[in-house]
Design a protein around this ligand. Structure first.
Ligand SMILES: Nc1ncnc2c1ncn2[C@@H]1O[C@H](COP(=O)(O)OP(=O)(O)OP(=O)(O)O)[C@@H](O)[C@H]1O
Ligand SMILES: [Mg+2]
Length: 282
């Protein structure tokens, strides 16, 4: 098992955000955490990356207990995170931001840089642009690209589709599949449960700091309770805003899809965090 989260409890002051979460991520998997606002998804990722301390429980990575390891050492150990929101360095160029992601690495990182540009051709076109002037969607790509620069064994993604125009949402999920296909294990937090479940192998459903369900992602897609709560309704209903082909799509199309200058690719910043995007599956 690559990553094991064992009965973790996490508090913000007196408020218990996580009340005993247990989950595992195996080498090669995409595992997704789904749940309503405030369920504890971001807190779980932050605790894994060492940004929040544990009240109790433990985190085991590659067989080693890392519960007390500082965050920067977890990055070196192979835990990469692309945080909720974007968190790019606005005054630095795209390329400088990517190189910042490789700060834990010694030696030549041109291979990783080229891979990031290959996954996100938009970043290659904008190498010298200040990150702060990139559109919302472009900054989201940059955040993921930067996280990949540390060559993580497991990539923690917090709402990578947040605020993206629908067409770009689709691309991000395809790119996550491609990242996984190239060998990176992924722990994915998403409000877009439908799409997350379509690309994930397994999933955990969180409610108010607890895991209330865990199963194969495909099972949860058919689970009436999950459908009612997170997928916008009826079995077989068309609440999925036309993404049912996602899983079948060839991941190798990623680069060319992303390179194409479709209308949504030019306007992701027009709808940052817009409700229409967030609720597209609800
Ligand atoms: N810095 C903080 N101080 C106090 N409480 C916090 C803090 N961050 C999160 N919480 C609380 O912890 C709980 C879990 O929050 P968390 O951000 O993990 O939820 P989430 O599942 O990521 O939600 P969302 O889908 O809205 O991003 C919430 O009740 C939230 O209010
Ligand atoms: Mg969150």
């Amino acid at each position: 098992m690559l990553l094991e989260i064992k009965d973790i409890h996490v508090h913000y002051g007196k408020i218990a955000a996580l009340k005993g979460i247990t989950a595992t991520v195996d080498q090669g998997e995409i595992v997704t955490l789904i749940g309503a606002n405030g369920a504890g998804k971001t807190t779980t990722l932050k605790t894994i990356s060492g940004l929040r301390p544990l009240s109790s429980g433990s985190i085991v990575f590659e067989g080693n207990d890392i519960s007390k390891m500082p965050g920067h050492k977890r990055v070196v150990a192979g835990i990469g995170q692309s945080p909720e929101g974007r968190g790019c360095f606005p005054g630095m160029t795209v390329e400088e931001n990517l190189l910042m992601g490789a700060y834990t690495r010694k030696g030549d990182v041109s291979k990783e840089l080229n891979e990031a540009y290959e996954l996100f051709p938009r970043l290659a076109e904008r190498k010298t642009q200040a990150a702060g002037t990139m559109s919302g969607g472009e900054q989201q790509m940059l955040a993921i690209g930067r996280a990949l620069m540390s060559k993580p064994k497991v990539l923690l993604l917090d709402e990578p589709s947040m605020g993206l125009a629908p067409m770009l949402v689709q691309q991000i999920f395809t790119i996550i599949q491609e990242i996984n296909r190239r060998g990176t294990t992924v722990l994915l937090v998403e409000q877009n449960a439908q799409q997350a479940l379509q690309i994930a192998h397994r999933a955990y459903v969180l409610e108010t700091g607890r895991v209330v369900k865990s199963a194969q992602a495909s099972e949860l897609l058919d689970d009436p309770e999950v459908r009612a709560a997170y997928l916008g309704g009826e079995l077989g209903g068309d609440g999925a805003d036309g993404v049912s082909g996602t899983r079948a799509e060839s991941a190798s199309d990623t680069a060319s899809d992303t390179a194409s200058d479709g209308p949504s690719g030019d306007t992701p910043g027009d709808a940052p965090d817009g409700p229409s995007v967030r609720k597209s599956d609800g």
